[in-house]
Design a protein around this ligand. Structure first.
Ligand SMILES: Nc1nc2c(c(=O)[nH]1)N[C@H]1C(S)=C(S)[C@@H](COP(=O)(O)OP(=O)(O)OC[C@H]3O[C@@H](n4cnc5c(=O)[nH]c(N)nc54)[C@H](O)[C@@H]3O)O[C@H]1N2
Ligand SMILES: Nc1nc2c(c(=O)[nH]1)N[C@H]1C(S)=C(S)[C@@H](COP(=O)(O)OP(=O)(O)OC[C@H]3O[C@@H](n4cnc5c(=O)[nH]c(N)nc54)[C@H](O)[C@@H]3O)O[C@H]1N2
Ligand code: SF4
Ligand SMILES: [Mo]
Length: 742
């Protein structure tokens, strides 16, 4: 028996970036514990961290490529799998053209170093209009607002929770979720510290969530009406002439247009729509103005709704107008060691082309995933006939999952890169499974840009990969070569195999990015010279960051720092980092002003009697952790929460089953009656519904639950951004009576 050893790592499941210590021996994980010395999490972890062991050991996890045959799935070799994919995709293209091949990339892509560094090449090589991802069921409104206002889709501000005195959280539940576009592990402790220094934490949410329960004030709001709340807050700021742009003043444009657009609303009518008293909204606006260190933060509940784009835009505007954008204690921009806003990501674009069936705008080359099923099911030129999914489970994660289920069954060919045979991948003809998260190196290229402190943390692989296993980036690399559509692809494929990024691999690339980044150890003079050469623009841009070379970052240095590298607190970075063409922060983008008309028209519409919202639980992550016995055990969690009054009126008793119905579908689910719900709102978590035949998740199948996305309407989208409306869908609920009584 070998010796017991310790391995330090950052958990890659959610955005919190917790430091963990894995005790292991002879290739076995013995325990997973919090790392008290981690530069960011300081000893916090949540119950999901142990799932890294469960995932690694799960007998249901795929370890070899599999192919669907008439008599079931069969294991095949990698070469055979890639040959088949190349041939079948080639056939689809020959029959229907390049755009007939769609791509869907899921959330774990962002948490995976190799995938992050190779998916861009893959997408470019496949060259299709039909690119989809989890972005349009998540943070798309933030990206659109950042692009339109700051000029870069990835320049998204996050809350400076360490120094703020007033933190207003709209549509986020960081106590359960670990935070999003805000890596703040152990959020509860951070709220305690905030209160300890005399600050206040305020939550705006239709449900008294775990975060609302620790808040100093909880403001229940009618789902989908945040845009009216924001307009009312801004109205107070502007009408009372409290707006103060602070250091951003000289670089801000559009204030007059914004003022005009906001002041024509009647604040009392705005407030009435939200369910929050007008007097409280006005006072909140004044409190935010009066407090030098305050912020308004909005997340998933604020953006996956009817006016998500407007809501996030106005949240940004409110922070700018009250001098809380890019200031200590306000909404700030992290300056990470590898900066996606500087060198490696496109600034973004908006509405360059539109979806074929519903005419929805692209953003950053992506179409809204709510349109994927109709693009498959609607005949005619440009119809999608093949799909490649990467680390995604859209059947459970995107609107009208049943329709997508049918659509996927209708494809001529589908391939999935995934760890499991699940609700989505069961439709694939070939599944390519990557190595487990513990078998490759880890660095949060994307999430470090949203941490509440500038940090850099790298972990090498804990275990050697098994013989014959491929990493995600290797699978993507091979698919890039096989499916590349450029002329002369064969010759360039041979060259690409020898290309520098390929030879470096993710670790080598990361090292190069760290060395040339703001905290890198490279000689900046030499880099400046190199940056003048054509083709080295990325380096030139990297060098715009302030020189923080004393940190001397490199991969080696991070390997030698198992607790991570602390790069200091967040610092103001505007106007330097504004990337709009005129280098001005734009408060009044045309697209937003136009969409405001839509909200104005809706102001007087009678609200639906009952609407549906979602929720997250600390022991679950989207759709893919329900195969861990210790995470799913205990009380069933896929319940429909409802207010006692709404339940009584419908003759529904606690624990009984009810039918939840919308325009697109219905599910039957156990009811949980609770005062935590606002009247007129019911709540169901997402990521469940593991009873679809053909999936192979033996633990999850025993606690299947139902999928909220079977009732979420694919036709309801935020028209400004194309984001799916996951919250605020009109529904009906009725008791399911035993057959004998019916
Ligand atoms: N109604 C409703 N729907 C929602 C939400 C909501 O709040 N309400 N939230 C939305 C949000 S924010 C998101 S991000 C999306 C998520 O949507 P998706 O990303 O489509 O779904 P996930 O459930 O995260 O599924 C991840 C898939 O990746 C696989 N996987 C895990 N790790 C790896 C890996 O390292 N490599 C590979 N190749 N595969 C891996 C898993 O097996 C699983 O199949 O769901 C959205 N859907
Ligand atoms: N435990 C756990 N952690 C996770 C995940 C998970 O599935 N489980 N998923 C990860 C992912 S992919 C993401 S993107 C993040 C998301 O992180 P968060 O944004 O914190 O996500 P939620 O917990 O869904 O919080 C959204 C809140 O919005 C509220 N809400 C719904 N509709 C409205 C509305 O109209 N207005 C307002 N003001 N509020 C509304 C909901 O009640 C809910 O409390 O979490 C990540 N972390
Ligand atoms: S909060 Fe939990 S799942 Fe998220 S990174 Fe930390 S330990 Fe992992
Ligand atoms: Mo997400």
């Amino acid at each position: 028996m070998g010796e017991t050893q310790l391995h330090h790592r950052t958990c890659s499941i959610c955005e919190a970036m917790c430091g963990i210590v894995i005790e292991h021996r002879d290739g076995q994980v013995l325990s997973i514990k919090p790392n008290r010395d981690d530069v960011l999490s300081r000893g916090h972890i949540c119950p999901k961290a142990v799932a890294l062991k469960d995932l690694h050991e799960d007998p249901d996890r795929l370890r070899r490529p599999i192919r669907r045959t008439a008599s079931g799935w069969e294991e095949i070799g990698w070469a055979e799998a890639f040959d088949e994919i190349e041939r079948r995709i080639g056939e689809v293209r020959a029959r229907h053209g390049n755009d007939a091949v769609a791509i869907y990339a899921g959330n774990p892509t962002v948490h995976n170093l190799g995938a992050m560094l190779s998916i861009g090449d893959f997408i470019r090589a496949v060259r299709t209009k039909n690119l989809y991802s989890a972005t349009s069921v998540d943070q798309l409104p933030h990206m659109v607002a950042s692009y339109l206002m700051f000029g870069h889709q990835f320049l998204m501000p996050g809350p400076d929770v360490h120094r703020t005195q007033r933190c207003v959280c709209i549509g986020g539940n960081p106590v359960a979720s670990g935070g999003a576009l805000m890596s703040a592990p152990g959020f509860e402790k951070r709220v305690e510290a905030l209160r300890g220094r005399g600050g206040r934490f305020i939550v705006v949410d239709p449900r008294r969530t775990e975060s609302a329960q620790i808040a100093d004030e909880y403001l229940p709001i009618r789902p989908g009406t945040d845009v009216f709340l924001l307009l009312a807050l801004l109205h107070e700021v502007l009408a009372a002439r409290l707006a103060d742009l602070g250091h951003l003043g000289p670089q801000v444009r559009g204030l007059d247009q914004l003022r005009e657009a906001v002041l024509r609303f009647d604040p009392v009518r705005l407030a009435a729509r939200t369910g929050i008293a007008h007097e409280r909204i006005a006072r909140l606006a004044r409190e935010i103005c009066a407090e030098p260190r305050a912020l308004v933060y909005g997340r998933v509940g604020a953006c996956t709704q009817e006016y998500g784009g407007l809501t996030i835009w106005l949240i940004y505007c409110l922070n700018v107008l009250t001098r809380h954008m890019d200031r200590e204690g306000g909404m700030m921009f992290a300056e990470p060691a590898v900066d996606l806003t500087r060198a490696y990501g496109s600034r973004g674009h908006y509405g360059k082309f539109r979806s074929r069936v519903r005419n929805l705008p692209e953003f950053g080359n992506e179409l809204p995933v709510a349109a994927l099923a109709e693009e498959i099911l609607t005949g005619g030129p440009g119809q999608v006939r093949a799909l490649i999914t990467f680390a995604g489970n859209p059947v459970l994660s995107t609107p009208n999952g049943r329709q997508l289920d049918r659509a996927l069954a209708d494809l001529e060919f589908m391939v999935s890169v995934d760890l499991y045979l699940n609700e989505t991948t069961r439709h694939a003809h070939v599944i390519l499974p990557p190595t487990s998260p513990l078998e490759h190196g880890h660095y949060d290229v994307a999430l470090s840009g949203f941490a509440v402190r500038n940090v850099a943390k790298y972990a090498p692989p804990l275990f050697e990969r098994p013989a014959g296993a491929l990493h995600d980036h290797e699978i993507l690399g091979e698919l890039t070569l096989r499916l590349g559509t450029r002329p002369g692809a064969e010759r360039s494929a041979a060259r690409a195999r020898r290309s520098i990024p390929r030879r470096l691999g993710p670790d080598g690339l990361l090292d190069w990015m760290l060395r040339t980044g703001a905290y890198g150890q490279e000689n900046r003079g030499a880099l400046r010279l190199l940056g003048r050469l054509p083709g080295f623009g990325a380096i030139r841009k990297q060098l715009e960051a302030p020189d923080r070379r004393p940190q001397g970052l490199s991969l080696r240095k991070l390997v030698e720092s198992p607790n991570g590298g602390d790069l200091g607190p967040l610092e103001p970075g505007l106007p330097r980092r504004i990337a709009t063409e005129d280098r001005c922060l734009n408060l009044a983008p045309d697209a937003c002003l136009r969409d405001l008309e839509r909200a104005a028209r809706a102001l007087d519409a009678p609200p639906p009697e009952l609407v549906l919202i979602g929720r997250r639980h600390v022991r679950s992550n989207n759709s893919w952790l329900h195969n861990s016995q210790r995470l799913v055990k205990g009380k069933p969690r896929c319940t429909l929460m409802i207010h006692p009054g709404d339940a009584a009126r419908r003759g529904i008793v606690d624990g009984a089953r009810a039918r939840l119905r919308s325009r697109v579908g219905e599910v039957e689910v156990a009811v949980e009656i609770t005062e935590d719900m606002m009247p007129g709102v019911v709540c169901l978590p997402h990521g469940w519904g593991h009873d679809r035949p053909g999936a192979h998740l033996s633990v999850a199948a025993k606690v299947p639950g139902v999928s909220i996305n079977d009732v979420i309407d694919d036709q309801r989208i935020d028209q400004l951004t194309g984001t799916a409306v996951l919250n605020g869908i009109p529904v009906e609920v009725e008791p399911v009576r035993p057959a004998a009584l019916a």
